[in-house]
Design a protein around this ligand. Structure first.
Ligand code: GLV
Ligand code: MN
Ligand code: MN
Length: 419
């Protein structure tokens, strides 16, 4: 039995959803309009409390796992069926905006609340997830919660993670009140019938084309690397240029090689960034003896990503040899791209057509928890435009109208899947 749009009158409470997004934005480590909520910080913990309250207000039943993933559930009428999942994250990188991730969590609560108001009764359970640490800020590794749920990281590797202060995941999750073995986070096979994540696009395409909804067919594969460079320090006035082993300059060459490799890979989806670059001792009159870089390299294709990585590595080795700098080059993660499920994509697309909303099939160059949900469930994502494509900065903005349309498309798509 299909739930056609005509049978279901969905009214999204746009003002209420906007208010909740604004309230959550005020829970931040930095003053407004900046949103910073790093995993297991005080702000992240208060953010989680806000999410629990919002879930209860939407009439959903709560459960949490050992890494702090929060599940908010509406039981279906037929016991034992796999759930239809939705959700996203509420952690935020330093100096972020208020919509990344949040629209997919609070928007999913509103979608379910709207379905309840419309009198819909799901046959399958509907479940909203707030995933722990989609952002890599604390441990250098993104999608920690969904990665563990999908079994895409071993418990040993997760336990070996350290933050900058040397604290482990076990220490931090226990302090945050999470209990139970990490192994229990992994989802049983077939747990989700389908998964749909609502998110801002974080790029400029929908806005530029005047299209309100994107439907994700493919998520690019992210990879990241840490590079530690050991040079030789000394007095900035006294050490002559020809005998220097400046760790920063070797790092600078590597950063430029990342840019060059991404541009020349042969795929326009290759993107490379050095987003972390620290030097020691960091004094104006001292030659840097140590540099630490983190490289983010992504692509919708694995062959061109590998080609770019090979260029980066060989350029880095050459620069370090020439400069007499010792290099440690370590992979943090190298995840394959994920394909959206054609049937789930088609359902979301037909929902848009029935609502009279134009939609566009898209590649997501940003990663999302859906990258990992796609490994264990038929998955797609619903994108909405954001102003100028801005994201990961405080100016991030999505209009109430687009957010409401996104939540409405999500509600109808979830209804179809749960019927
Ligand atoms: C997620 O925030 C990403 O970096 O793509
Ligand atoms: Mn993000
Ligand atoms: Mn996000």
């Amino acid at each position: 039995m299909s739930s056609k749009k005509s049978e279901l009158k969905i009214t999204i409470d746009s003002a209420g959803l906007g208010r909740r997004i604004d309230e959550l934005a005020l829970i931040s480590e930095a003053p407004a309009p900046v949103v910073t909520r790093v995993l297991f910080s005080e702000a992240d913990r208060r953010g989680r409390e806000y999410v629990r309250r919002a879930a209860r207000e939407a009439g959903l039943a709560l459960r949490e796992d050992a890494v702090g993933n929060i599940f908010a559930r509406w039981e279906g009428s037929e016991p034992g069926l796999p759930a239809v999942g939705s959700g996203s994250h509420t952690d935020a990188i330093p100096n972020a905006g208020r919509y990344d991730g949040v629209v997919g969590v609070l928007g999913a609560f509103e979608a379910l609340a709207a379905l309840k108001r419309a009198g819909f009764r799901p046959r399958r359970p509907l479940e909203v997830v707030m995933f722990t640490a989609e952002e890599p800020t604390r441990f250098g590794l993104g999608c920690l919660g969904s990665r563990l749920m999908a079994g895409s990281i071993s418990v040993e590797k997760a336990q070996a993670l350290r933050d900058r202060e040397g604290r482990t995941l076990d220490e931090l999750r226990t302090a945050a009140g999470c209990s139970g073995p990490l192994a229990s986070v992994r989802l049983p096979t077939g747990y989700y019938h389908a998964f749909v994540e609502l998110h801002i696009e974080q790029g400029p395409i929908l806005e530029a084309d005047g299209i309100p909804i994107g439907i994700v067919e493919h998520i690019a594969g992210p990879s990241s690397y840490r590079v530690t460079l050991h040079g030789e320090g000394g007095h900035a006035g006294a050490v002559p240029m020809p005998v220097r082993h400046d760790a920063l300059l070797a790092g600078a060459e590597i950063a430029l090689a990342v840019e060059r490799a991404a541009i020349t890979s042969g795929s326009r989806d290759t993107v490379g960034t050095v987003g972390v670059f620290r030097i020691e001792p960091g004094a104006v009159n001292s030659v840097p003896f140590k540099a630490y870089l983190e490289i983010d390299l992504r692509d919708a294709r694995l062959d061109t990503r590998s080609k770019a990585l090979a260029i980066i590595r060989s350029s880095a080795e050459e620069a370090c040899a020439r400069r007499g700098v010792r290099m440690e080059f370590e992979e943090i993660n190298a995840d394959p791209p994920a394909a959206g499920d054609p049937e789930t994509v088609a359902i979301a697309e037909s929902v848009c057509a029935e609502l009279g909303l134009r939609s566009l099939r898209m590649v997501s160059r940003a990663y999302h928890d859906s990258l990992f949900m796609a490994r264990v469930s038929p998955t797609t994502m619903v994108f909405i435009p954001c102003r100028n494509g801005w994201s990961h900065r405080p100016e991030e903005y999505a209009s109430p109208e687009h957010i409401a349309w996104g939540a409405e498309v999500l509600a109808h798509t979830l209804a179809r899947l749960a019927t």
